[in-house]
Design a protein around this ligand. Structure first.
Ligand SMILES: C[S@@+](CC[C@H](N)C(=O)[O-])C[C@H]1O[C@@H](n2cnc3c(N)ncnc32)[C@H](O)[C@@H]1O
Length: 225
């Protein structure tokens, strides 16, 4: 306790200027947690681990999904924390789609010029701890969701852009099990204004609230009632 207090007293302002903060995490919980220290966003991963623990404790039904997988860096932990659930992995695996790029530019949200094409479904599957549980949905979302007859208990929406995030909320929210969670990445990220727009619009249309979390890109969490 004293060491952290002293460190924050001496270096806290500098840390905050670097968008960092030193703190205890779950100091009084004696449950064994498995949070990979090599993953760069501790809050995002630790929140996922807590949510997975809640779902497990309550034995909630439903499968899990990520829309916007890229190389599978976050999906890997979804697979790890939900070993007995099917994990749907939605991505073009070729980067942003031209239709979404045009929408993004038309709405003045982002240039959408980041290149996410240096990946493949095979490469992603190789990094998964339980690849047999994974169902690859390669192509343009939401088209790739057509015909899926399933319910969900955890979904991560991380496509950076307005349209696929909004469509992700429209598609998944009604298919979530009661008590299930949707994480939306980048909502407090001024570089990707589309995420905030999608969340604002969906929340207003459905009259539902979310919890913002202070991870590095500012995610929000919806809980299905
Ligand atoms: C920021 S990356 C995902 C990062 C990943 N979740 C992680 O934590 O490492 C965004 C991904 O969304 C995908 N994407 C964006 N729009 C899409 C759409 N309409 N359909 C399918 N994939 C899409 C891109 O191909 C890209 O791989």
């Amino acid at each position: 306790m004293f060491l952290i207090k002293a460190f924050n007293y001496l270096f806290g302002r500098w840390l905050l200027s670097q968008h960092a903060h030193l703190n205890y995490s779950l100091k009084y919980s004696h449950r064994k947690r498995d949070v990979d220290i090599n993953y760069l966003d501790y809050i995002r991963l630790a929140t996922l681990e807590l949510v997975a623990n809640e779902i497990q404790k309550k034995n909630l039904p439903g499968n899990v999904a990520e829309v916007g997988v890229y190389k599978g860096k976050f999906a890997k932990y979804i697979n790890q924390y939900f070993p007995s659930k099917k994990l749907y992995l939605f991505d073009t695996f070729e980067g942003f789609n031209e239709k979404d790029i045009q929408t993004e530019k038309k709405l003045g949200l982002n240039d959408a010029n980041q290149d996410f094409s240096d990946t493949s479904a095979d490469q992603v599957l190789k990094n998964m701890p339980f690849p047999k549980q994974c169902i690859i949905k390669k192509g343009f979302f939401p088209d790739t969701a057509a015909g899926i007859d399933d319910s969900f208990v955890f979904v991560s929406l991380d496509t950076d852009l307005y349209e696929p995030i909004y469509q992700g909320l429209v598609y998944f929210y009604p298919r979530m099990e009661k008590g299930g969670y949707i994480f939306v990445h980048d909502v407090n990220n001024d570089c990707y204004k589309g995420a905030a727009k999608a969340v604002e619009q969906f929340s207003e249309e459905q009259q539902i609230s979310f919890i913002p979390i202070p991870d590095s890109c500012g995610s929000v969490v919806y809980i299905k009632n």
